[in-house]
Design a protein around this ligand. Structure first.
Ligand code: PLP
Length: 386
């Protein structure tokens, strides 16, 4: 069969491969996917069940249920003081992922360039390529807390650049962009007439009482920001596949046209569940407290293992662990760790080719399992030292 160059150009994810391999072992501790083990609250589950049982299972408007869009617009008004028109500036999508994809597909033409900060969520690069675009990567390093400079942006831009993708809080580093970086980026985007796709799906999983800041709040930025958010991480609703985008009305209209030809709409029961999440569970911080405890535990435990180190993430449920001192490449490390100790992690290289010295751990299992994982990792490292 003839398969398109576009499809053949997609690289299968190493993270998924390790996840699939991990399923072979009965006693595996799987720290690969960013898929929370915590259940959505009962209110959310009830809302989804009620929608199904009462026949709210048909198509919705391509942009999604107006009631959900109103809830989202209100929450942005309350949180950020933004005025968002629910009719024209909110688009409900099949997870944050479809929001990212539709936005990229509507913004770029063949050969257009998109600046992406590494380490990055690997799907950005693939999505840009799937839409005929060219990813321009800005690499950052641990010594500089994975932050970039204006000079790096200036070096990456060309007359084909149409957008920058940012991710704060970041997967895989857990880094949160500070206000001065967002000011600098906003200034850069306005001066160069760029769109900023701001992936904020971890915006409420922030620890130590820190507050999330968004580029959309900067003067002149609401119309050039595509804010992508999702129910997946905050409300543990990954399988509901429900996300949304806040953006300029012209872009939302075009995304809606495209949605009609892709998925028609997001699942209706999930949209009702999302209304319950936003209207009834917004202030429930119990998940954040749980992840913060896990973060404290795993971060300390990993730093106590010889040859391993990591920064303390400010947010998310990921740890980006430096394995350089082991002398092993991340792929070798991940495969051997799985094979010998039945702990599955993601090789850092999937977040950009400069990150061969890292692995990513998702603390999406409880402290009991994390503690077993740490013991096994420690045993694995001892076997290397001997
Ligand atoms: N953006 C980032 C940075 C992610 O890590 C993920 C999922 O892991 C997504 C977007 C998409 O999540 P979903 O499609 O489940 O909303």
């Amino acid at each position: 069969m003839k398969i398109s160059k576009r499809a053949l150009g997609i690289e299968p994810s190493l993270g998924r491969q390790l996840f699939n391999m991990a399923q072979k072992y009965n006693d595996v501790i799987d720290l690969t996917l960013g898929d929370p083990d915590l259940m959505p609250s009962e209110k959310i589950r009830n809302a989804a069940c009620y929608a199904i049982m009462s026949g709210k299972t048909r198509y919705s408007a391509n942009k999604g249920l107006i009631d959900l869009r109103k809830n989202i617009a209100n929450s942005f008004h309350n949180e950020y003081g933004l005025s968002v028109n629910p009719d024209t500036e909110v688009m409900i999508t099949v997870g944050g992922m479809e929001g990212l994809y539709l936005a990229i597909a509507c913004l770029i033409d063949d050969g257009d360039e998109v600046i992406i900060q590494a380490p990055y969520y690997a799907n950005y690069v693939q999505m840009v390529r799937m839409c005929g675009g060219i990813p321009k990567i800005i690499y950052t390093d641990e010594e500089n807390n994975f932050s970039f400079t204006k000079k790096q942006l200036e070096d990456a831009i060309s007359d084909r650049t149409v957008a920058i993708i940012i991710n704060t809080p970041s997967n895989p580093t857990g880094r949160v962009y500070d206000s001065s970086t967002l000011d600098m980026l906003a200034d850069f985007a306005i001066k160069n007439d760029l769109i900023v796709i701001s992936d904020e799906v971890y915006r409420s999983l922030i620890f130590d009482g820190k507050i999330h800041d968004s580029i959309i709040k900067r003067e002149g930025m609401q119309k050039r920001t595509v804010l992508v958010d999702s129910m997946s991480k905050r409300y543990s609703m990954t399988g509901y596949r429900l996300g949304y985008v806040i953006c300029d009305s012209e872009l939302a209209e075009n995304m809606s046209k495209m949605q009609e030809n892709v998925a028609a709409c997001a699942s209706l029961p999930s949209q009702y569940a999302a209304i319950a999440a936003i209207s009834e569970c917004f202030d429930d911080n119990s998940n954040v407290q749980e992840y913060e405890q896990r973060r404290n535990f795993i971060c300390k435990a990993i730093n106590e293992i010889e040859l391993l180190s990591c920064n303390k993430p400010d947010a998310t449920f990921y740890l980006f662990v430096n394995i350089e001192k082991t002398g092993m490449d991340c792929i070798d490390f991940a495969y051997k760790l799985l094979e010998h100790e039945h702990v599955a992690v993601v090789p850092g290289v999937i977040y950009g080719d400069k990150y061969h010295n890292y692995i990513r751990i998702a603390f999406t299992v409880g402290i009991d399992k994390l503690s077993i994982a740490v013991n096994r990792i420690s045993k694995f490292i001892n076997s290397i030292i001997k």
